[in-house]
Design a protein around this ligand. Structure first.
Ligand code: C5P
Length: 309
């Protein structure tokens, strides 16, 4: 009797969220994107993305944060699957996303799912792609998709997709305040342009003091360097964010910023214990819909399970 051939079964990839420690927004380019100088940190809020061979392409979303994620062809994970399939003649697959990253929250949840899908299909189809090729496909899908493949701490230039490593010591503890509803990234960039109309916007350059803070491993130093040029725009569209930022600082955060294009707020705290205290205080204040604690940096998209049928 001959054994049945091994068939690659479903592959599950875990992918983190990101926070921008510094997000400097330069001029609007001709292609509709802005030149950025940013420093990303991957933080331990995760989506788990499972891909499995199927008769047809499809995507499904589960988890407490699943509301608002499209399950049609506009889903970024499904788009990632189709792009990779076009390049490598991949067979149809179903993508199942278990959301632990806030949706439309400025933490790159959609980009994370796209990054995870690429890594998972690379394994399912046994493509053996190296990091460079994965990041190249990732660039087609969105400005911060390459970073979610890479993880850790990295500098992003261009429209955010050109990555360079950053030397970072230590582990940083964060409390994320989730808001009701999301913010549209293009709308926040457009509001940023509107607020800056008539001013001259320089080419952005990452701040040496932020790099020094990351080398020190001291959260107090990092807190003093947190910067987000999109913050005034996000607060202009969602004025309640300003009051919540103030509340977080009053309750003991070392620093607080709007995460990416918002509306999630990221508070840096001194320790895990300080994070618990801040999370309790913010929840009790009623100012936030929900809170999540996480630390960073953490690795990018990586396989956590593969079944062999
Ligand atoms: O690259 P991604 O699809 O995440 O970008 C979403 C939108 O955010 C873009 O269509 C653009 O409006 C805005 N954006 C930008 N400049 C960047 C990145 C994003 O204006 N560097």
């Amino acid at each position: 009797m001959t054994a049945a051939p091994l068939v690659p079964g479903p592959v599950t990839v875990r992918v983190p969220a990101k926070v921008n420690l510094e997000l400097l927004v330069g001029p609007l380019r001709d292609d509709g994107f802005h030149t950025l100088a940013t420093v990303y940190q991957a933080v331990g809020l995760y989506d788990d993305v499972t891909v499995a061979a199927a008769d047809d392409w499809g995507v499904s979303v589960s988890g407490a944060l699943a509301d608002g994620v499209p399950t049609d062809a506009s889903n970024l994970a499904l788009r990632a699957a189709r792009v990779l399939a076009d390049r490598h003649a991949g067979a149809p697959a179903h993508v199942s996303i278990r959301k632990g990253i806030p949706v439309a929250g400025g933490m790159a949840g959609g980009s994370a799912d796209a990054a995870a899908t690429l890594v998972a299909l690379d394994r399912l189809w046994d493509l053996g792609l190296d990091r460079d090729e994965l990041e190249e496909v990732a660039t087609e899908l969105g400005s911060d998709v390459p970073f979610l493949v890479a993880g850790g701490t990295a500098m992003g230039s261009g429209r955010g997709e050109l990555l360079a490593p950053v030397l970072a010591r230590g582990t940083y503890h964060w409390v994320f305040a989730l808001a009701d509803g999301g913010l549209s990234t293009p709308e926040v960039y457009a509001e940023c342009d509107r607020l800056r109309a008539g001013t001259s916007v320089p080419e952005p350059v990452a701040t040496p003091a932020l790099m020094a803070a990351l080398r020190s491993g001291d959260p107090h130093e990092l807190a003093a360097q947190l910067t987000n040029d999109l913050q005034p725009a996000a607060i202009s569209l969602r004025p309640d964010l300003g009051a919540t930022l103030e509340a977080g600082m009053e309750y003991g955060a070392l620093g607080g910023i709007v995460s990416g294009s918002g509306p999630t707020l990221a508070f840096l705290v001194e320790s895990n214990e300080a994070g618990i205290d801040l999370a309790v205080a913010l929840t009790a204040s009623g100012a936030v819909r929900d809170v999540r604690r996480a630390s960073g940096p953490v690795p990018g998209a990586h396989v956590i399970h593969q079944r062999i049928d």
